[in-house]
Design a protein around this ligand. Structure first.
Ligand code: HEM
Length: 312
């Protein structure tokens, strides 16, 4: 049978619900619920595809390191599945926060993912507690709340598959992915106090038309100068990002839910180190002076075949 991945390479759409759950210790029905959850995820995806093909709906489930152990899933584990170790720079820290199960529910039609999240929550409530729920949305032409277009340099075509999914290096988990998420809150007052020109220097691209600055002009501490990394042989290393803005204007809470899928967590970790510690150390990412990472959690995304096995 061919390997079928979960929908990690889908393109961003208009609405997203992110949920992170923590499993109760020693819940007696834990394994039984997890079996039914795996079946439910396959069912929800198949049903949405069949009923509303134009809505581009999908639900991707990721499993954290602690959960893998609690659920006694197969050993050896996926090679890079571990608790994310915080990255501490002189000024900013990529914190590490707990999370057992992560759900990334996407659709153009919000009702669809709302109902998906209800079904998942109904099943999980007796054995787990919800520790994060964020409803993200496409803001104008895919802009972050900071006003800059987000997602432009994501890979496409074969590159998208290659950079998102585990290959021959971990045969048992081929077709799976690593998933890393961070909830960022933006200091909008500080951000808005910058001129557009200064904001552009923070990102490394123009605000209105989303054009990359030339290397001569782009500051070394701009976001894209530090996030754009190469391998030992000069090859570009990419990840698949599907960040979503969220916000509650009445409480002045505005943020970006950073989400990335990758064939190897090493690439994401290198980008984070560049951003938080800096490259060279001390030359950290200026975007962090306006955006604080409140969470940081690593998950593994099994293939659909694995979900089918887990469902029994
Ligand atoms: C506050 C959180 C963040 C915001 C608002 C943000 C926003 C942006 C924007 C506006 C761009 C330029 C357009 C694009 O190519 O997408 C960008 C590029 C990029 N970001 Fe972020 N980003 C955030 C966090 C991160 C983190 C944590 C990582 C990696 C761990 C990352 C990795 C990248 C990469 C790889 C690029 C493309 C660089 C290139 O090849 O030009 N971003 N981001």
């Amino acid at each position: 049978m061919s390997i079928e991945s979960q929908n990690v390479t889908d393109y961003p759409n208009s609405n997203t619900i992110f949920m992170v759950w923590k499993l109760h210790e020693n819940a007696s029905q834990l394994k039984d619920v997890f079996q039914r959850l795996c079946a439910l995820m396959l069912n929800l995806n198949n049903s949405a595809f069949n009923r509303f093909p134009d809505s581009r709906a999908s639900g991707v489930m990721g499993i954290g390191y602690e959960a893998w152990k609690k659920l006694e899933l197969p050993t050896p584990m996926p090679k890079e599945l571990a608790c994310f170790e915080e990255i501490r720079g002189d000024k900013h820290t990529a914190v590490s926060t707990p999370g057992d199960l992560h759900f990334h529910l996407r659709a153009d039609n919000q009702s669809l993912i709302f109902d998906m999240s209800i079904e998942i929550s109904k099943l999980l409530n007796p054995v787990a507690e919800s520790i994060l729920e964020i409803h993200g949305f496409k803001y104008w032409d895919a802009r972050s709340i900071l006003g800059f277009v987000d997602g432009t340099e994501n890979p496409h075509g074969e590159d998208r598959e290659y950079f998102a999914k585990i290959g021959e290096e971990d045969l048992q988990y081929k077709g799976g992915s690593y998933l890393f998420v961070q909830k960022y809150l933006h200091n909008m007052a500080a951000w808005k106090s910058l001129s557009t020109e200064d904001q552009e220097k923070v990102i490394g691209r123009s605000k209105e038309n989303d054009i990359e600055m030339s290397d001569e002009v782009k500051p070394a501490n701009s976001h894209i100068a530090l996030a754009n990394i190469e391998g030992e042989n000069g090859e570009e290393l990419k990840i698949i990002r599907d960040n979503m803005p969220f916000g509650n204007p009445s409480t002045n809470e505005f943020g970006t839910y950073f989400i990335a899928y990758a064939s190897t967590f090493t690439t994401i970790n290198k980008m984070l180190t560049n951003m938080f510690v800096g490259n060279p150390p001390g030359n950290y990412d200026r975007i962090l002076d306006f955006s604080t990472a409140k969470t940081g959690t690593l998950f593994f995304v099994p293939t659909r075949n694995m979900l089918d096995d887990f469902a029994g």
